[in-house]
Ligand binder design. Structure first.
Ligand SMILES: [Cu+2]
Length: 246
């Protein structure tokens, strides 16, 4: 018996149109395949170049688009910066309160010294820098329990400046006044000005609670034998109030 397959391949009456090898149209199928395999990489390479080139153009385009969109988005962000973009640590504000100690300007109370700007409103947890310019050249030496007020107390640095010079206390006999807020244990001793000049004293404190608090002078700078009358017993001369709000 002969093999069916070998008999078919050798069948001279075979329809070449149905022969897959014949349809390739090559006398040598391997050569044909070889050409194809030779040409395919070339086309693939050419196609790949086109594809890569196209991809590159698209990517560059995308990059430009992304850059433009990012730029626009950044511009929009900058223009409408939300409050959440603010750093978590909020910087406290700072205010300066200026006071003067004046004398003999109105003749009231016998020309006794008087603090100006007796009442303020400040914010809790915000630095308050107090600058006091005193034109009073008289002393009111501290006595008894008030001797402690020759020291600076409760300032952010533990010191004050007098005419720009940093000190933590002054001699009790040179004290003319104090600026004292008991509620914040804050105290600024104010020395007497010399001659007809003035002295400028500066210190900073931070009010840590809300409410209305009294400030006062602890030097016996008023009238009478103990200095407790006159200015010292008159509202808004040697005492006042500070309102601290949220
Ligand atoms: Cu005083």
């Amino acid at each position: 018996m002969s093999d069916d397959r070998s008999s078919r391949t050798t069948d001279p009456g075979r329809d070449s149109a149905r022969d897959p090898l014949a349809r390739l149209g090559a006398s040598d199928p391997l050569a044909r395949l070889g050409r194809l395999s030779w040409r395919r990489p070339k086309r693939a390479a050419a196609g790949g170049t086109i594809v890569i080139g196209s991809l590159a153009v698209i990517l560059v385009g995308l990059g430009v688009t992304v850059a433009i969109v990012s730029g626009v988005a950044a511009a929009i962000r900058d223009a409408t910066k939300p409050s959440t973009a603010v750093p978590a640590v909020v910087a406290h504000g700072a205010v300066t309160e200026r006071m003067s100690i004046i004398t003999n300007t109105t003749g009231a109370l016998g020309g006794q010294p008087k603090y100006t700007n007796a009442s303020w409103t400040v914010k809790k947890d915000e630095k308050v820098t107090v600058i006091i310019t005193s034109y009073d050249n008289g002393t009111a030496p501290l006595q008894g329990a008030q001797m402690m007020f020759d020291h600076v107390m409760g300032s952010t640095t533990g010191t004050e400046t007098i005419g720009g010079k940093t000190v933590s206390s002054i001699s009790d006999v040179t004290v003319a006044h104090t600026f004292t807020i008991d509620a914040f244990n804050f105290n600024m001793p104010i020395p007497a000005a010399t001659g007809n000049g003035h002295v400028t004293v500066e210190a900073t404190f931070i009010p840590t609670k809300t409410g209305t608090f009294v400030w006062q002078c602890y030097a016996p700078c008023g009238a009478g034998a103990n200095g407790g009358s006159g200015a010292m017993s008159t509202t808004n001369w040697m005492e006042g109030d500070i309102k601290v709000v949220d």
